[in-house]
Design a binder for this molecule. Structure first.
Ligand code: SF4
Ligand code: SF4
Ligand code: SF4
Length: 194
């Protein structure tokens, strides 16, 4: 990439993406393949989330984060990745407990919420990457029958130290850690906004 263009991109991109731009053209980096990962793959439901992306990474708190791809998110009123949908219902008709053990997901109404018509209220679900440790619980829940699979696990390059052989790849039961070209990793970094 031309030096001036690279500078412009660096100035406008978020943390993980900015680190990627500094890598050489054609270099490969590790990433989670959502079509193989147990937590991300559609069709795998009713089982405990795999936590190996959290426990096996050599970086403290892991370099893997949950990322919500907003273009695919249903902005649901009762999001199964935000709420513990098996918890008791409160006075507003919502589950009383959250799902994330680290309280890393926030919920904000999109526009003005109408309490008389909850099914027609829509929400933005944002993941705080300072808190998230990539445990995968929300990813596992954001799938059928209630979720759309918009939350996936991704390696964040402002945290990853780019091990020669990713420690998670050694442990992953689905061989879901793959090496991809920098350009491809760059395109898949951000979830976008609602
Ligand atoms: S170790 Fe593999 S299956 Fe487990 S969460 Fe990570 S990518 Fe998914
Ligand atoms: S991956 Fe785990 S820690 Fe991160 S937002 Fe989801 S439930 Fe919370
Ligand atoms: S390459 Fe190393 S730092 Fe990066 S995700 Fe894998 S184990 Fe973690």
């Amino acid at each position: 990439m031309h030096k001036a263009a690279r500078g412009t991109v660096l100035a406008t991109l978020g943390g993980g993406a900015a680190f990627l731009v500094q890598k050489a053209h054609g270099q490969v980096v590790w990433q989670v393949d959502a079509t193989r990962c147990l937590n991300s793959r559609l069709g795998v439901v009713g089982v405990e989330a795999c936590k190996l992306c959290t426990t096996e990474c050599v970086v403290a708190l892991s370099a893997v984060r949950a990322v919500n791809e907003y273009s695919r998110c249903g902005r649901c009123n009762i999001c199964p990745a935000y709420f513990n949908i098996t918890s008791a219902v409160d006075e507003r008709g919502l589950p009383s407990e959250k799902l994330c053990p680290r309280d890393a997901i926030t919920r904000k109404p999109i526009g003005k919420a109408d309490p008389e018509d909850p099914a027609n209220n829509f929400y933005e679900y944002l993941i705080d990457e300072e808190k998230c440790d990539g445990c995968g619980k929300c990813v596992m829940q954001c799938k059928e029958p209630l979720g759309l699979g918009s939350i996936v696990l991704r390696i964040r390059y402002n945290r990853c130290v780019d091990c020669n052989r990713c420690a998670i790849s050694r442990a992953c039961p689905k061989d879901a850690l793959i090496q991809v070209p920098v350009e491809q990793a760059l395109r898949s970094q951000d979830g976008g906004r609602a």
